[in-house]
Design a protein around this ligand. Structure first.
Ligand code: NAI
Ligand code: ISE
Length: 335
C-alpha cells in the first residue's frame, strides 16, 4: 500500500525530500511536483518519474495527490496549507508554517473547522536521535526541574539573500520549537542581544545574535545564532536542572589521532547533520497517514507559536528592549 504525494517547491530541500520520499520512505510515491520555476520542477520530476503540474493550486486539487509536501518559500506556505485544508488533504509543511501571525490564526481556524488534524510542520529536530534521548531524560525527571538551557546554532555561511531578521525567523526558530517541546512550556519574553559583528561576511548582516528567553516557569534559555562561523554546521544544546544536566550528543564520528593531534570532523551542512531526522520525520508522517491516523508531529499550533516567539525576537532586535511574548490560549483541539 502506498500514498500518492504531491510536492510544491523543488528547490534545495524540496529536491532532497523528493528523493527521500522516492528512495527511502516506505509507502510513499511522489506522483507530482510543482514549482514556479518550470525548469526546476521538470528536472526534479524527471529524476523520480513524477508528473509536473503547473501550479500549486492544481497540484493540490489533483485526484492522484492524496497528501501534499510544501517546500516552497516561507511567504507562500500559508496559502498553500490553507488550500490543502480546504481540499481535506494532509499537508507536511516545511518551517516556517507562516510568516505573518494573522495567517497562523486563519490556519488554526480552518483546521479546527475541518474537525481533524491535517497539518504537520517540518521541525525535524524532534526526530533527531540525540534530541529524542534528551527528551527521555527530561521526561523521566532525571535532572529534576529544568532551570537553564544553553543552545548554539552555527552555520558555516549563508547566502547573500539571508537577512538580519532571518537569524530569528529562519535559524533560531528551530531552537524555539525544540525548547518548547523539550521543556513542555511556552516562552514569555525575549531579548535579542547583538554582539560585535563578524567581518567575515556581508556588511548588511548582523551576525552573530544572542536570544535570551524566559519561560512561563521562569527558566532561562539562551540561543546563539551564528550563521557565518566559517568552520562547520554545529548544533549544541545543554539543559541544566536542579539535580543534573543533559547535553545533546554530537553526531557519531571517528576520532582521528595523527601528527600529535586528536581530531573529529565537524559536518558542513544541515542536510548531513539532520539527514536521519528528516528520514524518520517523513517516514513517521507517511506511516500515520497509511494507518488512517492524524499526524502526531509538530502541529499548526506549534508552527503558529514558534512564529509568535520569533516575531517578538525580531521586535527586540529593532528596539533592544525585553519584549513580552503574548500567545493566545492553546485550543483544546491541539492539546
Ligand atoms: N527543516 C530544515 O532544516 C530546513 C527547512 N528549510 C525550509 O524549506 C523551505 C524551502 O527552503 P529551500 O529549499 O532552502 O529554498 P529554495 O529557495 O532553494 O527553494 C524554494 C523553491 O520554492 C519555489 N517556490 C517559491 N514560491 C513558490 C510558489 N508560490 N509555488 C511553487 N513554488 C514556489 C522556488 O522556485 C524554489 O524552487 C523554506 O521554508 C526553508 O525555511 C530549508 C532548509 C532546511
Ligand atoms: O532551516 C534551516 C535553514 O533554513 C536556516 O537558514 C539555517 O540557519 C538552519 O540551520 C537550517 O536548519
Amino acid at each position: 500500500m502506498s500514498i500518492g504525494i504531491g510536492l510544491i517547491g523543488t528547490g534545495w530541500i524540496g529536491e532532497q525530500h523528493v528523493h527521500r520520499l522516492a528512495d527511502k520512505v516506505a509507502g510513499a510515491q511522489v506522483v507530482a511536483v510543482a514549482d514556479i520555476d518550470p525548469e526546476s520542477a521538470g528536472k526534479v520530476a524527471a529524476s523520480v518519474g513524477a508528473r509536473v503540474i503547473d501550479t500549486a493550486e492544481r497540484l493540490i486539487a489533483d485526484p492522484e495527490v492524496e497528501a501534499v509536501v510544501v517546500t516552497s518559500w516561507g511567504p507562500a506556505h500559508a496559502e498553500q496549507v490553507l488550500a490543502c485544508i480546504a481540499a481535506g488533504k494532509p499537508v507536511f509543511c516545511e518551517k516556517p508554517l507562516i510568516t505573518e501571525i494573522a495567517d497562523g490564526l486563519r490556519i488554526l481556524k480552518a483546521e479546527q473547522a475541518a474537525g481533524r488534524r491535517l497539518v504537520q510542520v517540518g521541525f525535524m529536530r524532534r526526530y533527531d536521535a540525540g534530541y529524542r534521548q534528551m527528551k527521555r531524560v527530561l521526561d523521566a525527571g532525571e535532572i529534576g526541574e529544568p532551570l537553564m538551557a544553553h543552545c548554539v546554532h552555527r552555520n558555516p555561511n549563508v547566502r547573500e539573500a539571508y537577512t538580519t531578521e532571518m537569524a530569528a525567523k529562519d535559524t533560531a526558530v528551530h531552537e524555539v520549537d525544540a525548547m518548547r517541546w523539550l521543556l513542555g512550556e511556552e516562552f514569555t519574553s525575549v531579548q535579542t542581544i547583538l554582539p560585535r559583528k563578524t567581518a567575515k561576511r556581508f556588511p548588511h548582516l548582523q551576525d552573530p545574535q544572542i536570544f535570551l528567553f524566559e519561560t512561563a516557569s521562569g527558566a532561562r534559555v539562551d540561543v546563539e545564532a551564528f550563521v557565518n562561523c566559517q568552520y562547520g554546521y554545529d548544533i549544541q544544546c545543554e539543559i541544566v536542572g536542579e539535580e543534573g544536566a543533559v547535553r545533546l550528543p554530537d553526531p557519531a564520528a571517528p576520532a582521528v589521532r595523527k601528527a600529535a593531534k586528536a581530531s573529529v570532523e565537524v559536518l558542513q551542512e544541515f542536510g548531513d547533520r539532520f539527514a536521519d531526522a528528516f528520514d524518520v520525520e517523513l517516514q513517521e508522517w507517511v506511516d500515520r497517514l497509511l494507518g488512517g491516523q492524524e499526524p502526531s508531529g509538530p502541529s499548526s499550533w506549534d508552527g503558529f507559536a514558534a512564529t509568535v516567539v520569533v516575531d517578538a525576537a525580531v521586535r527586540s532586535l529593532h528596539s533592544g528592549e525585553i519584549v513580552p511574548i503574548e500567545l493566545p490560549e492553546r485550543p483544546e483541539f491541539y492539546a
